[in-house]
Design a protein around this ligand. Structure first.
Ligand SMILES: Cc1cc2nc3c(=O)[nH]c(=O)nc-3n(C[C@H](O)[C@H](O)[C@H](O)COP(=O)(O)OP(=O)(O)OC[C@H]3O[C@@H](n4cnc5c(N)ncnc54)[C@H](O)[C@@H]3O)c2cc1C
Length: 362
C-alpha cells in the first residue's frame, strides 16, 4: 500500500492504535467513527487488561506500540476467585495478573487517552460517520455479530478496593461473573454465552452472589449490556483491506480479554503498511498461536464444564497463578489436541450459524 493517505473505519482501541502509529510515521490519517465520541459503546465500566498471555508486561508492550499509559492502568497482583459451591479463595501473584482500566468517553479512560494521543499525532477524527468497509483501508468496526453477552452495573460503593471473579453456570452460563471496585467506584457484571433473554436475571443473581461474599451498598447504579463476537480467523485481509481488532475476529475465545488483541492488531496493521509487509504473516507470527490456543481452550472449557472450573481455580489459588495462566494461554498441547474439533465446533455452533438473537437483549 503506497498511498500516504489512510482511512480507518472505527475509533476503538484497534483503529486508534493503528491511526497513532501511521500518523507518527508521516501518513495522513482520517478515522471515521459511527458514534458521537470514542468509547461510546461502553459505560464508564472497569475492564481488566490481562497481563499473562505474554512474558512482556502490558506497559512495556504499550511503549513498544508508541502508546503512553496516561489512562487508568492500575496493576493487580491479588484477588479472589471462586466457583459454584464456594470452592476457591485468594489469588496471590508475584507479578501483575492484569491492569485495571476504564472504558468509555470520560477522562482517565483508555478510549479518551487514545483519542488524545491520536489528535496530538495529527489524526483527523470524524464522528457520527457510519461507513461501509469499502470506504476504508483499515476496518476496525468491532464485533460484527454478537455471540457472547455481558450484563453489568456500574455504581458507587463504600467497599474498599476489591477484585473478585466466579465461574458458575447458574449466574454466568459458560462465562464468568466479576466484581471490580476501585476508589469507591464499582463494576459488577455477568458474561454469558447462552440463554441471552435472561441477561438481567444473571446480573441480579451475580449481585446476590457477590453481596453474600462481601456485603456492600450500591448507589447511583447504572445497568448496561455489551456484546462480543467469536469468529475463527483465517485471514484478516479482505478485498485488500486490513481488518483489525474484533472486526477481524481477534479475541480471546476463552474469556473475552480482547483489548490486547485489539491494540496489537492495530499496531501490526500500521507496521504492515509502513514497512510494506504482509499483514497476515505479521499477525500469524505474533498472535496466531495464542489465538488458536484460546479457541482450543474454550472448546475444552465447555466440554469439561465444572471440572474445568475446578481445575482453573485450583491452579490459580495455589502456587504461581501468573505462570499457570501464561502456560494455559500458550499451551501447545491443547492447541495440537483440540484445535481441529474446536474449529469444527465453533463453525457449527458459533461462527457459521447465528445464535437466536433479538435487539432487545441489549
Ligand atoms: C461489557 C464488556 C466488557 C469487556 N471487558 C473486557 C475486559 O475486561 N478485558 C478485555 O481485554 N476486553 C474486554 N472486553 C472486550 C473489549 O472491550 C473489546 O475486545 C475491544 O474493545 C475491541 O476493540 P476494537 O477496537 O476491536 O472494537 P471496539 O472497541 O468495539 O471499537 C469499534 C468502534 O467502531 C465503531 N464502529 C462500528 N461500526 C462502524 C461503522 N460502520 N462506521 C464507523 N464506525 C463504526 C464503534 O462505534 C466503535 O467505537 C469487554 C467487552 C464488553 C462489551
Amino acid at each position: 500500500m503506497n498511498n500516504k493517505s489512510i482511512r480507518i473505519i472505527g475509533a476503538g482501541p484497534s483503529g486508534l492504535c493503528a491511526a497513532i502509529n501511521l500518523a507518527r510515521a508521516g501518513y495522513d490519517v482520517t478515522v471515521f467513527e459511527g458514534r458521537g465520541d470514542v468509547g461510546a459503546r461502553f459505560h464508564g465500566d472497569f475492564q481488566g487488561i490481562e497481563n499473562w498471555s505474554t512474558v512482556t508486561d502490558f506497559p512495556t508492550q504499550l511503549e513498544e506500540m508508541s502508546i503512553r499509559p496516561d489512562f487508568l492502568c492500575h496493576p493487580y497482583t491479588t484477588g479472589r476467585f471462586y466457583m459454584k459451591g464456594n470452592y476457591g479463595g485468594a489469588v496471590q501473584s508475584d507479578r501483575p495478573l492484569f491492569y485495571l482500566t476504564l472504558r468509555g468517553p470520560q477522562e482517565n479512560s483508555l478510549d479518551r487517552s487514545l483519542r488524545r494521543q491520536a489528535e496530538e499525532a495529527g489524526v483527523e477524527l470524524r464522528f457520527n460517520r457510519r461507513c461501509t468497509p469499502q470506504e476504508g483501508e483499515i476496518v476496525a468496526t468491532g464485533p460484527a455479530r454478537p455471540n457472547v453477552l455481558a450484563s453489568g452495573v456500574t455504581f458507587r460503593t463504600d467497599l474498599s478496593d476489591t477484585i473478585m471473579a466466579t465461574l458458575n453456570n447458574e449466574i454466568a452460563p459458560w462465562g464468568y461473573a466479576y466484581l471490580l471496585v476501585r476508589k469507591g467506584r464499582g463494576t459488577l457484571a455477568s458474561v454469558y454465552y447462552r440463554d441471552f433473554p435472561k441477561g438481567f436475571d444473571f446480573l441480579d443473581r451475580s449481585i446476590r452472589h457477590f453481596q453474600k461474599k462481601v456485603p456492600f451498598a450500591m448507589e447511583e447504579a447504572h445497568r448496561f449490556t455489551g456484546y462480543g463476537n467469536f469468529t475463527p480467523v483465517t485471514t484478516a485481509v479482505h478485498h485488500g483491506r486490513l481488518y483489525v481488532g474484533e472486526a477481524a475476529g481477534f479475541q480471546d475465545f476463552l474469556f473475552g480479554f480482547g483489548i490486547r488483541y485489539a491494540l496489537t492488531s492495530g499496531y501490526l496493521a500500521a507496521r504492515s503498511i509502513i514497512e510494506d509487509r504482509d499483514y497476515d504473516t505479521l499477525w500469524q507470527e505474533t498472535i496466531g498461536k495464542r489465538l488458536t490456543t484460546s479457541l482450543a481452550n474454550r472448546y475444552l472449557y465447555q466440554i469439561f464444564g465444572t471440572l474445568a472450573h475446578r481445575f482453573i481455580i485450583w491452579r490459580t489459588t495455589r502456587g504461581n497463578p501468573w505462570r499457570f495462566m501464561h502456560r494455559f494461554y500458550n499451551s501447545s498441547a491443547s492447541r495440537v489436541l483440540a484445535c481441529r474439533p474446536a474449529a469444527r465446533w465453533l463453525a457449527g455452533t458459533r461462527g457459521g450459524k447465528p445464535l437466536p438473537w433479538k435487539e432487545e437483549y441489549l
